[in-house]
Design a protein around this ligand. Structure first.
Ligand code: PEP
Length: 247
């Protein structure tokens, strides 16, 4: 088992006002015995205001993306150091929306992972198969390849210290969820791929997690928590889901 985590990906939603309101509502979150870490991933332009709102809180801040470059003439990009400067501790790398819509390859995701981790951010490496790949029975192969690309560049000893989120592409934002058994099968395979050193790596499930399906998903032996998109935009729903990580 890894450290229990609940992460909210706000994607490209909201205004400064709504981000501030949501962060303020979440800022009072305390898990029993502080066992569960809560992280929110606002849009880049809202990081500063959310950082201030979470200042006295145990809720951590993360970014949805990071440049593979450390510094320089890369218009529109944001570096790992800039994210640290805004108060981020975490960063998502390889979210399927970026892999699909922005053409991020396994190699690029690995580069972003390494740059982020070297700078002192904790990467959450997102992996997962498309519906077509699942139907062709290629799920485990696809996920293993996505992780292998990062192991090759960053090294296994670094990857096991990060967080990995299994997010089947067909379950993200669709209302469809992997069954707890389907999710557990992939999580078990990831844990096996990481070997002994990965026994305490945090493995999250993501893909239409909500208050009705979270309990059963989080009760699986190799699922340590969740990466939540849509349902993280409402404080009450997200706090209810967070409680289910502890249960
Ligand atoms: C996500 O954005 O990583 C995600 C899992 O979204 P949703 O919960 O909306 O499917």
């Amino acid at each position: 088992m890894g450290r229990p985590l609940i992460a909210g990906n706000w994607k490209m939603h909201g205004t400064t006002e709504s981000a501030l309101k949501l962060a303020t509502q979440l800022s009072h979150y305390r898990s029993q015995e502080n066992a569960v870490e809560m992280i929110v991933f606002p849009p880049l332009v809202h990081l500063a205001v959310v950082s201030v709102a979470l200042n006295e809180s145990t809720v951590r801040l993360g970014a949805q993306n990071v440049s593979q470059y450390s510094d320089g003439a890369y218009t529109g990009e944001v570096s790992a150091d800039m994210l640290l400067d805004q108060g981020c501790k975490y960063v998502l790398v390889g979210h399927s929306e970026r892999r699909a819509a922005m053409g991020e390859s396994n190699q690029l995701v690995a580069e972003k992972f390494k740059v982020a981790q070297d700078a002192g951010l904790m990467p959450i490496l997102c992996v997962g198969e498309s519906l077509e790949q699942r139907q062709q029975d290629k799920t485990l192969e696809v996920v293993a390849k996505q992780i292998d690309a990062v192991i090759e560049l960053a090294g296994l000893s670094q990857v096991v210290q990060a967080v990995i989120a299994y997010e089947p592409v067909w379950a993200i934002g669709t209302g469809e969820t992997a069954t707890p058994q389907q999710a557990q099968q992939v999580h078990r395979a990831i844990r096996a791929q990481l070997g002994d050193a990965g026994r305490s790596t945090t493995l999250l499930y993501g893909g239409s997690v909500n208050t009705s399906n979270a309990a059963e998903l989080f009760s699986q032996p190799d699922i340590d928590g969740g990466l939540v998109g849509g349902a993280s935009l409402e404080a009450e729903k997200f706090l209810n889901i967070a409680q289910l990580v502890e249960a």
